[in-house]
Design a protein around this ligand. Structure first.
Ligand SMILES: Nc1ncnc2c1ncn2[C@@H]1O[C@H](COP(=O)(O)OP(=O)(O)OP(=O)(O)O)[C@@H](O)[C@H]1O
Length: 568
């Protein structure tokens, strides 16, 4: 995944790293020119004779400043692009993910994984790899090369210093890593509690759960603060040890340098240049150590994002036979389905003729929504045959199928957009046409009263509308879509009896000669449908019209009579 991201940004990456090398080369060259100026001045050379060096020094420093400024653009571009690119990849994954895998993850958890993962991916590529290649590596390379020109032995002492630093930091890294892992875990727990609290206002408020949740979050926050302070102290101890170490190296070089300057083996300029290079060469190591700890921790976070990105995809969303026309005939032949190991539908067989209306009834948990999700291609059967116009649904390209169906799901058919957006998505239709349909679902007056009318935003999951208004708005969309197959999962559960009657009359009128499949708990309109399928514990307990079922199907009779308050 990160590789994909890198390939996408390769031009910017090459530019960024090249600029890093150029900046470090020029700034190292600046030190050498400075050394030349100093040595010539000590030797008594006139200002006129060294003016060429002084100009070169000024130009070099100026170039470094300009390049550092230019460098900001690819730097900002890359740091922002990586996070955004990973988020786009995540959304594109959701568009194809297997529905069951999506359900198992849960939205709250998924948002956290994507947010943290995209940030971690950005840190891995930008803050670790790119920063190392752009800044740290060229600084070390050029400093070592230039030092070796002055004195090979000093370069060797510095290289030995690297080994000592590596050993010390490795010990510290282990401690840091342990503490940071616990902080990460605590942060994840805190984020889980907060998301839960943000999302479940009604449940938590009415169950008086917030007090307990806030207490739990406060305890976790206290732990995070304590551990973070500990971490900071260890970080700082690393820098203190590091500074001490550099001081020792500097003293060694000073003694060595003074001896050489006194004996005439080295110049003052060379000594100053060496000191400048020592500072330059060790700073990247200190930075690298910090970056490396973060890299290791980010890798753990990123692995979770990768698991999400590698989740199974819907196998026939894009593949399979494309449908150009849909009659709307369904046939279940011994279809079985289970969630994991738990069987839900057992060898189910029934058929739905094109252009007819069918109601799925049965007790809660009997498998009605599961059947509908199988028909919508969201779930995949584990056995038997599910035929659509005589074709196995598993072989059909679902994206082409979706162009011919309207599906109103039970959970929330309304999304965070305007009334208009919810009716037509991106399509542009005249307002009169939209109001005519809103009139059919008894929403016209309501919409006209809203401040922004059709452009009023309905909030996340349509929360600014009542449950019944949401259902009616969803109906308006289905009416406008004019599809041959209409699948409705509990479309009137939130409506009062009077509105329900009127809306169902509209449904039967608007969707006449279309295949209409409705799940219903309330059976008020049940006599209007062509066929009723009665579900009981994942099996078909009966099928037929109202009269025949009342005669022959005891479970249906029980549903009907209980609905009217009559116990059999
Ligand atoms: N994602 C899931 N994972 C595991 N089990 C599930 C899942 N979704 C549904 N089930 C189980 O499958 C069974 C059938 O559920 P389904 O939603 O199809 O019933 P239903 O008849 O539509 O119920 P209701 O009328 O209450 O909506 C139930 O026992 C339910 O607990």
């Amino acid at each position: 995944m990160l590789r994909k991201c890198l390939v996408h940004l390769k031009g910017w990456i090459v530019l960024y790293i090249s600029l890093g090398f150029a900046i470090q080369f020029l700034s190292s060259l600046g030190i050498v020119v400075f050394q030349e100026i100093l040595d010539r001045a000590v030797e008594g050379t006139s200002l006129g004779e060294i003016s060429g060096f002084i100009v070169s020094y000024g130009v070099l420093l100026g170039l470094v400043v300009v390049l550092n400024y230019v460098d900001e653009y690819p730097s900002a571009h890359l740091s922002n692009s990586i996070t955004e690119r990973l988020k786009i990849l995540a959304l594109s994954k959701i568009s194809k993910i297997d529905y069951l895998a999506y359900q198992e993850m849960g939205t709250g958890q998924m948002i956290k994984v994507i947010e943290n993962g995209a940030a971690a991916g950005n840190s891995i590529i930008y803050s670790f790899f790119l920063k190392t290649l752009h800044e740290l590596l060229p600084t070390i390379i050029f400093s070592l090369i230039f030092i070796s020109f002055y004195d090979m032995r000093i370069m060797l002492v510095i290289a030995a210093g690297y080994v000592v630093i590596f050993l010390i930091t490795n010990v510290l890294l282990k401690v840091l890593y342990r503490i940071k892992s616990t902080i990460l875990q605590e942060q994840e727990a805190m984020s889980r509690y907060s998301i839960r609290g943000f999302m479940e206002l009604v449940v938590f408020r009415t169950n008086r759960k917030y007090e307990q949740e806030i207490r739990k979050i406060s305890d976790t926050a206290r732990n995070i603060i304590h551990k973070s302070a500990q971490l900071q102290m260890i970080h700082e101890s690393f820098f203190a040890i590091f500074e001490l170490f550099i001081t020792v190296i500097k003293v060694i070089v000073l003694i060595y340098g003074v001896r050489n300057v006194v004996s005439g083996q080295a110049s003052l300029g060379v000594m100053v240049a060496l000191f400048m290079f020592i500072d330059k060469i060790y700073t990247p190591i200190a930075i690298f150590n910090v970056l490396f700890v973060n890299y290791r921790l980010n890798k753990v976070t990123y692995q979770r994002f990768e698991q999400f990105i590698n989740a199974p995809e819907d196998r026939n969303l894009e593949a399979g036979t494309a449908i150009t026309e849909l009659r709307g005939a369904f046939e279940f032949r011994d279809v079985s389905f289970g969630y994991g190991e738990v069987p839900v539908l057992r060898q189910l067989s029934f058929s739905i003729a094109p252009g007819t209306s069918v109601a799925l009834v049965g007790l809660s948990g009997s498998g009605k929504s599961t059947i509908i999700k199988l028909m919508a291609g969201l779930l995949k059967k584990s056995g038997g045959q599910l035929l659509l116009d005589g074709m196995e649904l598993d072989q059909v390209c679902l994206n082409s199928y979706y162009e011919h169906i309207s599906y109103l799901s039970q959970d929330s058919p309304i999304f965070d957009d305007s009334i208009r957006g919810n009716m037509v998505f991106e399509q542009s239709l005249p307002d009169e046409e939209l109001y005519a349909v809103l009139d059919k679902v008894h929403l016209k007056e309501k919409v006209l009263q809203l401040p922004e009318k059709l452009d009023t935003l309905v909030g996340e999951k349509g929360l600014k509308l009542s449950g019944g208004e949401r259902q009616r708005l969803a109906f308006a969309r289905a009416i406008l879509q004019k599809r041959n197959v209409v699948i409705l999962d509990e479309p009137v559960s939130a409506l009062d009896n009077i509105t329900e009657k009127s809306i169902m009359e509209t449904v039967f009128r608007e969707f006449q000669h279309k295949t209409v499949i409705i799940i219903a708990h309330r059976l008020n309109f049940i006599k209007e449908v062509d066929k009723i399928l009665v579900m009981e514990n994942g099996c078909l307990a009966g099928e037929g019209d109202f009269e025949s079922l009342m005669e022959q199907c005891a479970p249906f009779r029980a549903l009907w009579n209980n609905g009217r308050g009559i116990v059999e």
